[in-house]
Design a protein around this ligand. Structure first.
Ligand code: BGP
Length: 481
């Protein structure tokens, strides 16, 4: 009989998570090409573009692009990784910028300067014993591929992605063991441009095009898993879900059924990545909606051969669903897509509803469904911080949020037996918000001096939560006080 874990296991991967475009800056340095996310401006056009409702092809002078400088990890990686090490990080989740490595995506050979940058980052991590967890594609791809192939609509994207994967697996095989193929793959349904470069503005049937892109991404993901296992023996590759369960608004069977359907739609893509085949409910749904998947010979085998080793997810909030149109109309913000407001929950300043127990629910649901180890790769509170006269920052609200979530996470592991590889807080060093492009929506335990207009020294300073998280890591989650 296997011994049930009573607390978090030894070697639990505590850390923090970032994404290239929100963190690195250096957007046109050392041969880097233009990435789709470089086109996302600050201001009122950001959301329509992210949702694919407004077409953009290039940057212009009328907009400001906060991702171009982001918070300059590109030049400050040594200082930043030293700060993470000081907090005791065991793991640093970062994404690679595809256009830094293949500037247009069409080259035969990768950009050596781009590869060399991440070598330096990984070597710096190794110095402190920090395990990198690498997202291969976090809302990113070379803009040239959009022009050439119309992005993920075209099957040739799979080859472009495979070429990119081969280059990074080969180069970093001795430095990176943990990989994630696509960040929040289900975001494709909600933010199609941010997620995969898809503009639905002029599409007759947006849903059909989304599923076409998803099919290609799922094949690309499966090929990447197989390739990683071939090139890097012992590597672990995960899928990634924008997580958080859907509660029925009431116990009426109609509400329960509605919530179940929404939740299954949410799981669709990671069902494929975890189990190696399209789930029946999705096949039936597509059939009902008259959407044909472009199955080519070998596709089914590719999916079956490329199932992931672990299931990773972000968790900021739970969601709610109702069959009643009147209730459905009362919506709250919830990480990119709005949800029925849950009257039992309080919300963050940005309206995301706070539900620590929901994390335990989500972990149990995911483990029950997939029976694979989980990895919480994003969690945290986006909040405004005030800098005191002496430079200190008392972010007790952030500590409270993290304490409550970590406590539920430990219960899921220790009381429910859910295997969990690690926990990486989103944006441990303040970075640019994906949804709003703001700096003032801060997740960090390390403050970055920059405002929403891009003014500031970019200097880093430790918040109160820095010392709190350090202690949590030191005690492997025993001391959450
Ligand atoms: C997730 C994304 C991240 C991150 C986070 C917080 O959806 O994977 O890139 O930004 O949400 O969202 P926001 O920055 O909009 O507050």
């Amino acid at each position: 009989m296997t011994k049930m874990q009573t607390r978090l296991p030894e070697g639990f991967l505590w850390g923090g998570a970032t994404a290239a475009n929100q963190f690195e800056g250096g957007w046109d340095e050392a041969g880097k090409g233009l990435g789709l996310i470089d086109l996302l401006p600050y201001g009122e056009d950001r959301m329509p573009i992210a949702k694919g409702e407004m077409t953009v092809k290039a940057c212009d002078d009328a907009h400001r692009y906060p991702g171009h400088r982001a918070v300059d990890f590109y030049h400050r990686y040594k200082e930043d990784i030293a700060l993470m090490a000081e907090m005791g990080f065991k793991c640093f989740r970062l994404s690679l910028s595809w256009p830094r490595i293949f500037p247009t995506g069409l080259e035969d050979e990768p950009n050596e300067e781009g590869l060399a940058f991440y070598d330096k980052v990984f070597d710096e991590c190794a110095k402190y014993g920090i395990e990198p967890l690498v997202t291969i594609c976090h809302f990113d791809l070379p803009v040239r591929l959009l022009e050439e192939f119309d992005g993920w609509k075209d099957r040739r994207m799979i080859d472009a992605f495979e070429k990119y994967c081969r280059a990074i697996f080969t180069r970093y095989k001795d430095k990176v063991k943990y990989w994630i193929t696509f960040n929040e793959i289900n975001m494709l349904n909600h933010l199609p441009f941010t997620s995969c470069g898809l503009t639905v503005e002029n599409e007759e049937n947006p849903a059909a095009v989304k599923y076409l892109c998803a099919h290609h991404e799922l094949l690309a993901s499966a090929k990447a898993v197989k390739l990683a296992h071939e090139i890097i023996p012992g590597s672990q590759v995960g899928c990634m879900l924008a997580g958080g369960g859907f509660y029925p608004y009431t116990c009426s069977p109609e509400d329960v059924w509605k919530a179940k359907q929404t939740e299954r739609d949410n799981f669709f893509f990671i069902d494929v990545q975890s189990r190696g085949a399209y789930p029946n409910f999705a096949l039936k749904k597509l059939e009902r909606e008259g959407i044909k998947i472009d199955w080519q010979p070998g596709d089914r085998e590719t999916l079956a051969e490329g199932t992931v080793d672990f299931v990773s997810f972000s968790y900021y909030c739970s969601r709610c669903d109702s069959a009643d149109p009147e209730v459905s109309a009362k919506r709250a913000a919830a990480n990119a897509y709005r949800t029925v407001r849950n009257p039992y929950l309080k919300a963050s300043e940005w309206g995301w509803q706070i539900d620590p127990l929901g994390l335990r629910v989500a972990m149990n649901d995911l483990y029950d469904r997939y029976q694979k180890p989980l990895f919480i790769v994003e969690n945290g509170l986006g909040a405004k911080d005030t800098v005191n006269a002496d430079g200190s920052i008392d972010d007790d609200y952030r500590i409270d949020y993290m304490r409550a979530h970590i406590s539920n996470m430990i219960d899921a592991v220790a009381e429910d037996g859910v295997p969990l590889l690690g926990y990486t807080v989103w944006g441990p060093i303040d970075l640019v918000s994906a949804s709003t492009g703001e700096m003032s929506k801060r997740y960090g335990m390390i403050y970055v001096d920059q405002d929403d207009q891009g003014n500031g020294t970019l200097e880093r300073s430790r918040k109160k939560s820095f010392y709190w998280y350090k202690k949590v890591i030191e005690t492997n989650g025993e001391d959450l006080a």
